[in-house]
Design a protein around this ligand. Structure first.
Ligand code: GLP
Length: 251
């Protein structure tokens, strides 16, 4: 049997407190190594986390100017200047407000003519530049990490993935009415994510409670890809009370 570890779980009152806690951890990593390589995530959960980080930078307590990052994923078919592309998300929420150098933010290209070749290029670039010091993760309502949907294998690497119907529906809120939500993405694989030195997952809101419980208390397996985090020795999970509501074992 492969070893199973217990993530360090912190439960705070609400999403703003979770965001402050996550931003403080990221800031500490960068203070230790101003040129740290970070693994970064997108999604609604990250917006207040990055806003907190930008506030720390604005107070003069931190600089992100030298850090480099690899994002988890990008939609296939969205150009970088599409407002819902993850490239645009990073520029709007992190590069601009928190002073990160956009040239140091790596994101798969959603417009590559051969998306799988782009996925292979991205995986190789990360392998050459890594390991990531801290990988930040959100959590899909169906237990996905990055865009590793249920069914993803523990040894998966960066690849083209087809989004689960629930993910397409969940992410439709970010797109305009009648605008088509992409059905495919290029995503780091589970093994790619697990190659980080340290992992920090943030989940807030009642919509995540089922996935949080499956991640921490369900079987480790592809039905809940986030459960594979229990195969990594250094995982921190920050939850608000609503996301933690389904847990039966709380310290
Ligand atoms: C998205 C992203 C994930 C993100 C998750 C949760 O689809 N690919 O990286 O963590 O789903 O998103 P949100 O924070 O908006 O709930």
């Amino acid at each position: 049997m492969p070893e199973e570890y217990r993530p360090a779980v912190t439960v705070v009152d609400d999403a703003p407190a979770a965001s402050r806690a996550a931003a403080a951890i990221i800031a500490d990593v960068v203070r230790d190594d101003p040129r740290a390589l970070l693994g970064l995530a997108t999604g609604g959960t990250m917006i207040p986390v990055y806003a907190e980080l930008a506030a720390i930078v604005a107070r003069g307590e931190l600089s992100l100017a030298q850090v480099a990052s690899f994002n988890l994923d990008e939609y296939v078919g969205l150009p970088p200047d599409h407002p819902q592309s993850y490239r645009a998300f990073m520029e709007a929420h992190l590069a601009g407000p928190a002073g990160m150098d956009p040239a140091r933010i790596e994101i798969p290209s959603g417009m590559a003519p051969d998306p799988q070749a782009e996925a292979d290029r991205y995986e190789a670039l990360l392998a050459a530049r890594g390991p990531v010091a801290l990988q930040l993760l959100g959590l899909g309502g169906n237990g996905h990490i990055g865009f590793n949907e249920p069914g993803s294998a523990i040894d998966s690497r960066t690849r083209v993935v087809t989004l689960d119907p629930r993910t397409v529906a969940d992410n439709a809120r970010f797109f305009g009415q009648g605008e088509e939500v992409p059905h495919q993405a290029i995503s780091m694989g589970v093994a790619t994510i697990l190659s980080a030195r340290r992992i920090l997952l943030v989940a807030t809101g009642a919509g995540k409670a089922g996935a949080v419980r499956a991640m921490l208390e369900g079987p480790v397996g592809p039905d809940c890809p986030a459960s594979f985090l229990r195969r990594h020795p250094s995982v921190q999970v920050i939850l608000d009370e609503a996301a933690a509501a389904g847990l039966t074992q709380r310290e």
